[in-house]
Design a protein around this ligand. Structure first.
Ligand code: HEM
Length: 447
């Protein structure tokens, strides 16, 4: 059966693929203007996809999420995260694993980490020197890495953690530009000819991370402390319906998934928030006023409930979707979405970017206006920085809490400025988008 896809982009598929890798935002802007908010692309070796920027269609997808294979659409992540990653699972295995990993990320449980998130931030920013330039994204990555290590392993200190803190960013930095990200998308570049080739080096670093994780698992096993509630302890204690424990390979893939998804994304969002706040002095002033009202040493949970701070984070997540398109949804059988009949094996890709920049929902979408989130409520298909349906981001509550506490801690203690007052673009970093150049900033004083 020939699968007729709607509004197909007619450029050669290799051209579409290069554009998609090099400039995913420009790609979506250009073709949505030409073909409308539901259009089909052919990305050569990666396949054909229907990109969807229509809230009604996305609502229909979220409601019928069980009619799609989603893990199968994430195969690009397999060489990095491993075949036992939650992101690659479907059906009952996905449901079971998600249920297992969820408890440490529940809002109530996260409250116990709130004070530690503030302390980690204070400790890292206390090393900043007045007048010394720094990259906001790298600084925020240090914070978010410490936080996720704490949640995944419990205590985060000792030599192994120091090694992990160096290795994880250096592994991920190997795909920090559109050119280097090509390795993720183009199988012919995935050649391991030893450590002097980029792919070989990436695999080597991943192996080193696995060795550290294995050592951590072995040490935890000797401790046998049943009262631990960190992610690793939960995985080690879990048994399936046949009484079987997870294998070490399964545990390591899952640990890597949480470490990867749990710190890159939040660090990027924090860098964007600092960038926008220091380009919009009125917004910064309003936020500082709100923070001052809490007085000295406020309770972290009070900070997390501040309405304007919440709106600042929401607006940052709107404008800078770190994952611009949610996980691909592959139709298991013929399905009707928004009046289109899609055949089995069609891959639908709801675009966060296209929806978050719709003029009809967000007037003047290129303006940073937190107020819009105080003035109206958006439905889960009009605003979905964390995706939706059965795959909604596992760590969304942690990400939001962390964004608020880190921003409040940094802004209450330091005066910062952007090194250059020029626009910064979103740039590809593997499967995510990040600020080009990392947001250079400088500390101008203490508060
Ligand atoms: C601001 C930060 C973050 C953003 C914007 C973000 C965004 C997303 C998005 C868009 C998805 C795909 C959802 C879908 O396809 O419907 C996702 C999935 C996921 N996220 Fe996040 N995320 C963030 C932080 C985190 C954190 C802190 C964790 C820590 C555990 C995390 C763990 C995951 C996992 C494990 C999945 C896969 C869920 C599944 O397959 O069931 N994320 N995230």
């Amino acid at each position: 059966m020939i699968n007729q896809l709607p509004n197909s982009v007619t450029n050669p598929s290799w051209w579409q693929l290069i554009k998609w890798i090099a400039d995913p935002i420009g790609f979506q802007q250009k073709y949505s203007q030409k073909y409308g908010d539901i259009f089909s692309v052919n990305l050569s070796v990666i396949g054909s996809f229907v990109i969807i920027g229509h809230p009604q269609a996305i609502q229909e997808i979220f409601i019928q999420d069980s009619k799609f294979d989603i893990g199968r659409g994430n195969q690009l992540a397999k060489p990095h995260l491993g075949q036992n990653s939650l992101m690659l699972m479907d059906g009952s295995r996905h449901r079971r694993e998600r249920k297992l990993l969820m408890p440490p990320f529940h809002e109530e449980k996260l409250q116990t980490y709130a004070q530690q998130i503030c302390s980690i931030t204070k400790q890292i920013v206390s090393q900043w020197q007045i007048s010394q330039p720094f990259l906001a994204r790298s600084a925020m990555q240090k914070v978010s890495l410490e936080v996720i290590l704490l949640i995944v392993f419990g205590l985060s200190e000792g030599e192994r953690y120091q090694q992990l803190k160096l290795l994880l960013p250096s592994w991920l930095d190997m795909i920090d530009s559109p050119l280097r990200s090509s390795m993720v998308f183009l199988p012919f570049l995935q050649q391991d000819w030893g450590r002097w080739t980029p792919w070989g080096q990436m695999k080597h670093r991943r192996r080193c991370i696995h060795q550290l994780l294995q050592a951590e698992i072995a040490e935890k096993r000797t401790k046998k402390d049943k009262n631990q509630s960190d992610v690793l302890s939960l995985m080690m204690a879990a048994r399936d319906e046949n009484g079987q424990a997870m294998t070490d390979e399964e545990i390591k893939d899952e640990l890597l998934t949480i470490l990867f998804t749990g710190h890159e994304t939040t660090a990027t969002m924090l860098a964007w928030a600092l960038y926008e706040l220091h380009r919009n002095s009125d917004v910064l002033e309003k936020l500082l006023q709100e923070l001052y009202k809490l007085g000295e040493n406020p309770n972290p949970m009070e900070i997390s409930r501040l309405p304007y701070l919440t709106a600042v984070c929401q607006e940052t997540l709107r404008m800078y979707p770190v994952i611009p398109i949610i996980f691909p949804r592959i139709t298991k059988s013929s399905i009707n979405i928004a009046g289109y009949q899609f055949e089995p094996e069609t891959t639908l890709m709801p675009s966060i970017y296209l929806v978050h920049y719709r003029e009809d929902l967000y007037p003047h979408p290129y303006q940073f206006k937190p107020e819009r989130f105080l003035e109206r409520q958006y439905s889960p298909s009009e605003y979905f920085p964390f995706g939706g349906g059965s795959r909604r981001c596992l760590g969304y509550a942690l990400a939001l809490l962390e964004m608020k506490l880190v921003l409040a801690t940094v802004l209450s203690n330091y005066q910062l400025a952007l090194v250059k007052n020029r626009p910064i673009r979103m740039q590809r970093r593997g499967l995510t988008l990040t600020p080009n150049g990392g947001v250079p900033m400088v500390i101008t004083g203490k508060r």
